[in-house]
Write a protein that binds this ligand. Structure first.
Ligand SMILES: *Cc1c(COP(=O)(O)O)cnc(C)c1O
Length: 398
């Protein structure tokens, strides 16, 4: 497929506006987020990963346990966060049919050493947190909801992230509302909230150089996040990585081992607060478009669109598709990945299969996670993916 002049981003980011950059009076970022989520207060950190580090550090101080159970298919940063805290990673395979932790495997993974279990709302989908809570409680472990990709997702009318002991969201580029990098930490437990704040106060420093860097990156994002310029910022490096046969670099799974830990600066918070007014409308718009496109995609033979349980309404940064087999998935990607249409992959591998994570993760038998990595692809739900673009994707899938 010929490369187009425009570049569709792989996820639906809330389009930035120049006037977001000018701080205004009004509710702060954390006030907006608390009201949006329906919780008393929210703690801001410099990334979703940093929020997880603060959470793990706090829980470890409370309980002393060391093992963290995470999905075998998730963001590599989750594994790096566990390692950063000096804790021990234990992988749990996915259920055969979707994003949830496999209940039997989770029960087997849970013992008296387990500090926390991390059910994950992958791809904006709403995960089965209730089952994870029941199994975790039985061994006295905490539950941390990884809602990094699901800011705005709801279950039974309530924001995800609040059923477990705590939850976190990402404000990174590509995950919706962004401060270039940022994270939000939530809990309904007042005592735990105080402990999380204490960890942040004691362990998270101001870092002028990091804040300056992130502020410049946020400015660059405002300048370049448009269809005509994204091919320089996103498309060209993507196609270079694909030409080099490096899919891990192509999706940006190649994270540095060191996790930056610093406060989220005042100006970037103000930018996030300004953008917040547009978020609910944007998410509703994404949901409408996803509902329509989802049924079109699902009507193609051999294509499954991962959805939500009844009573749950996830967010739709992209549509996560599962195909029958890896060969067909790869054939589709050979034509569409790099074509500028916003077709991509979620994480490339199950965690044990990243060469650069070998020392952190170790070897695990996780066949369902591996099959999931091998048969899924993503279709952007960006408003910039127009009907002709979407039709071209469907035609190729057919
Ligand atoms: C992005 C992501 C994280 C980490 O969030 P950052 O803000 O990028 O640090 C954690 N978990 C999942 C599932 C993610 O997608």
């Amino acid at each position: 497929m010929a490369t187009r002049r425009t570049e569709i981003p792989p996820t639906a980011g809330l389009p930035p506006r120049w006037r977001d950059l000018v701080p205004r009076a009004g509710a702060s970022l954390v006030q907006h987020a608390a009201a949006f989520l329906g919780v008393e207060s929210v703690q801001a950190e410099c990334s979703g990963t940093a929020a997880l580090v603060v959470a793990l550090t706090t829980l470890h101080r409370i309980s002393g346990r060391r093992v963290v159970v995470v999905p075998a298919y998730t963001c590599p940063l989750v594994a790096l966060a566990v390692a950063h805290c000096g804790l021990q990673l234990r992988l749990c395979d996915l259920a055969p049919d979707g994003i949830d932790l496999d209940a039997a495997a989770l029960a087997q993974a849970c013992d008296r050493d387990v500090l926390a279990v991390v059910p994950t709302h992958l791809a904006g989908r709403v995960a089965d947190v209730a089952t994870a809570i029941a199994i975790a409680r039985a061994c006295g472990a905490f539950v941390i909801e990884d809602a990094a990709q699901a800011f705005g997702a709801r279950s039974e009318g309530r924001a995800v992230g609040l059923d477990g002991d705590l939850g976190f969201f990402s404000l990174a580029v590509g995950k919706g509302l962004t401060t270039f990098e940022g994270g939000l930490l939530v809990t309904r437990d007042v005592d735990l909230r105080r402990e999380l704040a204490r960890t942040s106060r004691d362990r998270v420093p101001h870092r002028v150089s990091w804040e300056l860097r992130r502020s410049l990156e946020l400015l660059g994002y405002h300048a370049l996040y448009r269809p005509s310029l994204l091919r320089h910022a996103y498309g060209a490096p993507l196609r270079r990585a694909l030409r080099d046969g490096d899919p891990v670099r192509a999706v940006g799974d190649d994270f540095p081992a060191r996790i930056p830990l610093h406060t989220l600066g005042r100006w970037r918070r103000a930018v996030g607060a300004n953008a917040f007014a547009r978020l609910p409308g944007f998410l509703a718009d994404c949901e409408r478009r996803a509902e329509l496109r989802r049924s079109t995609l699902a009507s193609i033979a051999g294509v499954e669109v991962i959805g939500d349980p009844v009573n749950a309404r996830g967010t739709w940064p992209f549509l996560l598709l599962r195909l029958h087999d890896e060969a067909r998935r790869d054939a589709v990607l050979a034509r569409l990945w790099g074509a500028g249409l916003g077709v991509s992959r979620l994480f490339i591998h199950a965690l044990p299969d990243y060469a650069y994570l070998r020392d952190v993760v170790g070897e695990w038998q996780v066949p369902n996670a591996r099959a999931f990595a091998a048969t899924t692809l993503t279709v952007s739900n960006s408003p910039w993916l127009d009907e002709p673009g979407f039709d071209a994707i469907c035609a190729l899938l057919e």
